[in-house]
Design a protein around this ligand. Structure first.
Ligand code: PEP
Length: 246
């Protein structure tokens, strides 16, 4: 089965309205690749570009109510969001988000018609201890227990040691983990596993995107730093498009 790649930018807590406007003017889309941008959430309501989808960098696990500072999936849907990142390693680290909470966020997103981009990945210490598969399995376990959710998610493998560091997993190492993620889904539902989009994230740049995206189980990229520059993001989109048969 051929899976349309998804290239998604994550601006994190960077950028201003004017920078976003320039980015939207300069970004070049192609029908071969799905593309999305996660700017800081307060810019979502005013962001529009035909053919480009938008995502939030986080979503509350709760529905509307007493959760000061949080945004519900219904609100994000209301302003035209299509995606929501859940479980980004910075949320896990700085906001103590647990695997269970991340799965609840994915569930809340799906309930409102958003596609959760479910982030997983090991730290350098965990990789050096040979614990990659164990860590990924633990991060996925509460999600895989949600039969109504697993067919509606995108997974992003983002080794923590590669995020914002300039270090990228080799395409072979990334492929190995992506294949493992797919087998974890296949153990629950083979059809869902075959159609699952698994993005790679961690210092994706124009010069490494083509090789990463050419791997059989890498179905696109989650791009942090390089997505702040439309020209770099365009090159990554083109690299992903080049892997799609004409
Ligand atoms: C990210 O934050 O999701 C990310 C992959 O960042 P970077 O591309 O800057 O490593």
């Amino acid at each position: 089965m051929s899976i349309t790649p998804l290239v998604m930018g994550n601006w994190k807590m960077n950028g201003r309205a004017e920078a976003l406007q320039h980015f939207l003017e300069d970004v070049q889309l192609t029908t071969k690749v799905d593309t999305a941008l996660c700017p800081p959430s307060l810019y979502l309501a005013s962001a529009f570009k035909a053919g480009l989808a938008f995502g939030a960098q986080d979503v509350s696990a709760e529905t509307d109510g007493a959760r000061t500072g949080e945004l519900s999936a219904a609100m994000l849907k209301d302003v035209g969001c299509a995606y929501a990142l859940v479980g980004h390693s910075e949320r896990r680290e700085y906001h103590a988000e647990t695997n269970e909470l991340v799965a609840e966020k994915a569930s809340a997103a799906v309930a409102q018609g958003l596609v959760p981009v479910f982030c997983v990945g090991e730290t350098l210490a965990q990789r050096e201890a040979g614990e990659v598969e164990q860590v990924i399995a633990e991060q996925l376990a509460p999600l895989l227990a949600l039969p109504d959710v697993i067919g509606k998610v995108v997974v992003a493998y983002e080794p923590v040691w590669a995020i914002g560091t300039g270090k990228t997993a080799s395409s072979e190492d990334a492929q190995q983990v992506h294949a493992y993620i797919r087998t974890q889904f296949a153990a629950v539902d083979a059809k869902i596993a075959a159609a699952l989009r698994i993005l790679y994230g961690g210092s994706v740049k124009p010069d490494n995107a083509a090789e990463l995206c050419s791997m059989p189980d890498i179905n696109g990229a989650l791009v942090g730093g390089a997505s702040l520059d439309a020209a770099s993001f365009n090159e990554i989109i083109q690299a992903a498009a080049a892997t799609v048969a004409a």
